[in-house]
Write a protein that binds this ligand. Structure first.
Ligand SMILES: [Zn+2]
Length: 300
């Protein structure tokens, strides 16, 4: 039986489809996530459930679908705890930017269900952040009874599409890696919290289609605009080698990573680089954060 309520937030309106031994649940608040058939409840401190909701929703907004199981829950919650106010403001602006395709597009924000696009357990925070973005002239808000209708201003678009300066935009990081479903945990629980929570950088995400190795203009622009590129060679995608080479050619810092059981397959031209070698997402997070601090932060 598909769940009648969302297993994370208990909203009554989720869509559930059974797929290969799991339910794909789509919830207004938590986005789209996977849960094993037979997992009847989520084992976590009830106070932490809103943060799990944030983890699922933010992954879903950026195009990946998290599998929620007993082993991943504590790490998912930890990755969304303690996020700074400044970082949450950026998250909210980026959410609006992803939703708006055109300058005239209005985005309706319901703080009751949309608070999960930032890291908080307090829905009212979203309204406060929206007010701050409006005071900074990044958005315009049209208040409604139970939601806010938001339009990005010229300044908002400028902030989101900062002109490509030489050296890249300080504090931004492009991630080149395989976006195969088997790497979602490495990204969500390893790379992302290392970059954003631990080092205060913003990860530039380019929506990629699975199994698509194409280097698009958007990817090139992302590398050009970023101060730092992280290249994870697990899976040895040709695209990752190309993207790392392109970043180095622009004179950007590149941090090389690879999962240990895939490390011996690395190509000769990168084997001289000092790789961050990892076995699981937790180790990746720790080692990567240390490497970013050692490589980049002392220069700031
Ligand atoms: Zn939910």
């Amino acid at each position: 039986m598909p769940p009648k309520a969302c297993l994370i937030c208990e909203r009554k309106d989720p869509k559930s489809v059974r797929q290969n031994g799991a339910f794909v649940v789509t919830c207004k608040q938590c986005g789209r996530y996977l849960i094993n058939v037979g997992q009847a409840h989520i084992d976590a401190d009830p106070e932490d459930l809103p943060l799990l909701s944030c983890a699922a929703r933010q992954a879903s907004e950026s195009g990946s679908t998290l599998r929620i199981d007993h082993s991943s829950i504590p790490r998912l919650i930890a990755a969304h705890k303690g996020t700074s106010v400044t970082r949450n403001l950026e998250k909210l602006l980026q959410f609006l930017g992803r939703r708006a395709k055109h300058p005239s597009d209005a985005i309706d924000v319901y703080s009751e269900s949309d608070f999960t696009v930032i890291d908080t357990d307090e829905p009212a925070d979203v309204d406060v952040y929206l007010d701050w973005l409006e005071k900074d002239d990044l958005i315009k808000i049209e208040p409604n009874v139970d939601f806010r209708r938001v339009i990005l201003t010229h300044h908002g678009w400028q902030r989101l599409q900062t002109e490509r300066v030489s050296g890249g935009k300080p504090g931004t990081c492009f991630v080149a890696m395989s976006f195969d479903p088997s790497m979602i945990e490495a990204f969500e629980l390893g790379v992302l919290p290392a970059v954003e929570t631990d080092c205060g950088f913003t990860a530039l995400r380019v929506d990629r289609k699975e199994h698509n190795n194409q280097i698009t203009d958007e990817i090139m622009a992302g590398i050009r605009s970023a101060e730092l590129t992280i290249a994870d060679f697990t899976g040895h995608r040709a695209g990752v080698y190309y993207e790392a080479g392109f970043a180095r050619g622009l004179g950007r810092e590149v941090i090389y990573c690879c999962r240990e059981n895939d490390f011996k397959e690395r190509h000769f031209d990168t084997s001289v680089m000092n790789h961050v070698v990892w076995t699981d997402p937790t180790e990746l997070r720790t080692k990567l954060a240390n490497r970013i601090r050692a490589t980049i932060l002392p220069k700031a």
